[in-house]
Design a protein around this ligand. Structure first.
Ligand code: ADP
Ligand code: MG
Length: 319
């Protein structure tokens, strides 16, 4: 791209006055300092137009979401986000698009004090790859595979808002205006649960972020821990929007399997109940008890009258 340098300068070159950034954007490599007695947590994600977001999605939303999904992964390890790189492939030199994209990107980056320290800019189909890095005290990164039998299962925030927003966008489902606004905000501008992840991490046994749906991601945590679990639909935290929808339709698949929530799911010993109960006030985010880790295989989801629901391949059905 002949004007690649110019584009980078204008939209992605940021200078930071930070002692942990020795060399930022502009040289062959960035050079950063990991705090003493800390380790680096690293995650990467690619968003491709037409695959991960519909053609024509507002650039500001793409900028926000591209970073948000990676920050959510850092949150799930209990790490503090510090730096990220951005590799972007653009079909054409589109100033309006770049301006919107960088606005959405940096609004979120600045909110969490995470610095853009480098990247790559090429011409091609629209695709965005972000690698985000965070720090975590030596040996304290929280895995998804270390839940214990008898642990409590918790989730942050509310579940299903993004899935309902997507449904309203792609089907003839009509939502009242305020519900539509809420759900689309949750779909387009997920809020990575950084402070919840950091605050909870010393007291949890395992943690994962919820991007593929509550049932799938809690399932991953349990399977990777070699355990099972039982949760109740009546416990799942729902916004007014999703509550109205679920009560009317009895469609539990949408909130529980929908995805794009970017909440945190974690397990903790019952000994830590009072500590976990005090967290929501400290982090300004609800944390809800969902159920219990068990020895049996897989996740059991109990619906009305404690009847188990099936979320297997064929989709959701009663049995
Ligand atoms: P090189 O050829 O040495 O890889 P580039 O010309 O690709 O360098 O990039 C020049 C500088 O601009 C590098 O420091 C690189 O990290 C940075 N950079 C390139 N693209 C981006 C981007 N999209 N966002 C942030 N920094 C970028
Ligand atoms: Mg390069």
């Amino acid at each position: 791209m002949s004007d690649e340098f110019d584009l980078i300068q204008r939209y992605f070159h940021r200078q930071y006055d930070r002692s942990d950034i020795e060399i930022g954007n502009g040289d062959d490599c960035a050079v950063v300092s990991v705090p003493v007695d800390h380790q680096l947590a690293i995650t990467t994600d690619t968003l491709i137009e037409g695959v991960h977001f519909p053609v024509g999605t507002l650039p500001e939303r793409i900028g926000h979401k591209a970073l948000a999904v990676s920050l959510s992964d850092l949150a799930a390890m209990g790490s503090v986000p510090k730096w990220f790189t951005l590799s972007i492939s653009l079909p054409q030199h589109d100033e309006a698009w770049l301006s919107g994209f960088s606005k959405g990107l940096f609004a979120l980056a600045d909110q969490f004090n995470v610095a853009l320290i480098g990247g790559d800019t090429t011409r091609g189909p629209l695709s965005i790859t972000i690698q985000a890095m965070g720090s975590v005290a030596d040996g304290r990164a929280v895995r998804r595979s270390t839940a214990q039998v008898g642990d409590d299962i918790y989730v942050t925030g509310t579940i299903g808002d993004a899935a309902l927003g997507l449904k309203a966008l792609t089907t003839d489902l009509e939502l009242p205006g305020h519900h539509l606004y809420h759900c689309q905000q949750r779909l387009d501008k997920p809020s990575p649960r950084i402070s919840s992840g950091i605050a909870a991490s010393p007291f949890v046994t395992a943690m994962i972020d919820c991007s593929d749906g509550l049932v799938a991601d809690l399932g991953h945590l349990l399977v990777d821990s070699g355990l099972g679990g039982v949760i109740k639909t009546s416990r799942v935290p729902l916004s007014e929007s999703v509550k109205d929808y679920a009560e009317e339709t009895k469609d539990w698949e949408l909130p529980l399997a929908g995805g794009d929530d970017y909440e945190l799911i974690f397990t903790a010993s019952p000994d830590n109940r009072s500590i976990i109960a005090a967290l929501p006030e400290a982090v300004n985010c609800p944390i809800t008890w969902l159920g219990t880790v068990t020895t049996h295989d897989g996740l059991v989801v109990l619906g009305e009258d404690d009847v188990a629901l099936d979320f297997s391949a064929q989709g959701y059905k009663h049995f």
